[in-house]
Ligand binder design. Structure first.
Ligand SMILES: *Cc1c(COP(=O)(O)O)cnc(C)c1O
Ligand code: SF4
Length: 315
């Protein structure tokens, strides 16, 4: 994956924003002895893809990868094998084929626009949204994006204003969620917060997903600050992920024990709606599963746990 950084992010890096530099600057990696063989750890490429771009793993919802491109490339991207390749760009015909699959599978009531970035090729995303508006069985539309963080200035362009207008129309008629990938409080600049506020005004619910990345945010205080800031601004932290098992991501994968310690401590500190579910996206697309936290560790009984104060309690 080549390096791709927007002028906005470059300015932050030049100004000394270490969290941004860490996530986007390409750096030399030590060659490690290969450990993970599967370049497609989530099994998205074949088994679950009925039509190009669609991943239908769970009965009632589909992931729709509209492109493999994004405004900037995160070094720890789970789809590192694909990002930047034009092969993932769907044509209008391919979008129509995906829509036909969704229309003929009315058990699918939620469609998740993704990629790459779900709104990077904004013309196509708008076409998809228009198409989904006409499918009655689709009740929920979720848009996965990092555009507000990669390029907040884009939202001032005519095209993105058109997208926001469309979102306002949709939010009145279906459930519209915008799921933003945010990893570090230093990403939440004034510009970013303003864009998120603008998106929220369309009537969309704003959720976030965060990846635990070694040496970036594998720290309780940093994450507490991130989730608190989001929560206080009307944004709901949704998922906290363990980094996927992909060979090129190994330098970024944290210790599992350390992650569980962090997730346990966060549950102690945060109000419920500010606390994202810590999940492991199981290999081969077996789902996002929440690991047991340390409240249940070493109690000597499956019917005992530790409370917030560390006192052993029988349930
Ligand atoms: C993550 C994911 C979803 C959405 O799962 P939720 O638990 O509803 O957030 C849907 N389809 C695929 C293929 C996914 O990877
Ligand atoms: S924005 Fe998302 S899809 Fe794009 S490179 Fe970053 S993590 Fe990957």
């Amino acid at each position: 994956m080549k390096e791709k950084i927007t002028p906005y992010l470059q300015k932050l890096i030049d100004g000394g924003n270490a969290a941004i530099a860490f996530q986007f600057k390409k750096r030399k990696q030590k060659k490690l002895k290969p450990k993970f063989k599967n370049p497609d750890p989530l099994g998205e490429d074949e088994k679950y893809s009925p039509v190009k771009g669609l991943v239908h793993k769970f009965r009632n919802r589909v992931l729709w990868k509209l492109t493999y491109d994004c405004a900037a490339y995160c070094r720890f991207c789970t789809r590192i094998r694909q990002i930047g390749s034009p092969e993932g760009d769907l044509s209008y015909e391919e979008i129509d084929a995906g829509a036909e699959y969704i229309r003929t599978h009315p058990e699918i009531y939620e469609v998740i626009l993704s990629g790459g970035d779900g709104i990077y090729r904004v013309h196509y995303s708008m076409y998809v949204l228009d198409t989904l508006m006409k499918i009655d069985s689709v009740k929920v539309i979720r848009i996965g994006t990092r555009m507000p963080l990669h390029s907040p200035d884009s939202f001032k362009t005519k095209l993105f204003k058109e997208l926001l207008k469309k979102m306002r129309y949709i939010a009145k008629r279906k459930q519209l969620l915008v799921l933003i990938h945010i990893n570090h409080p230093e990403e939440l600049t004034k510009k970013v917060m303003n864009v998120i506020r603008t998106i929220k005004k369309t009537g969309a619910s704003i959720l976030t997903q965060t990846v635990l990345v070694k040496n970036l945010n594998d720290n309780v205080d940093i994450l507490e600050k991130l989730f608190t800031t989001l929560y206080q601004n009307g944004i709901r932290p949704y998922y906290l992920y363990r980094c996927d098992y992909e060979e090129d991501l190994r330098p970024y994968i944290c210790s599992y024990a350390e992650e569980k310690k962090i997730a346990t401590e966060l549950r102690r500190r945060l109000p419920g709606p500010a606390y994202p579910m810590y999940v492991v996206d199981l290999p081969e697309g077996r789902g996002k599963i929440p690991p047991p936290l340390n409240f249940w560790k070493n109690t000597g009984s499956s019917r005992a746990c530790f409370d917030f104060d560390g006192k052993k309690i029988k349930i």
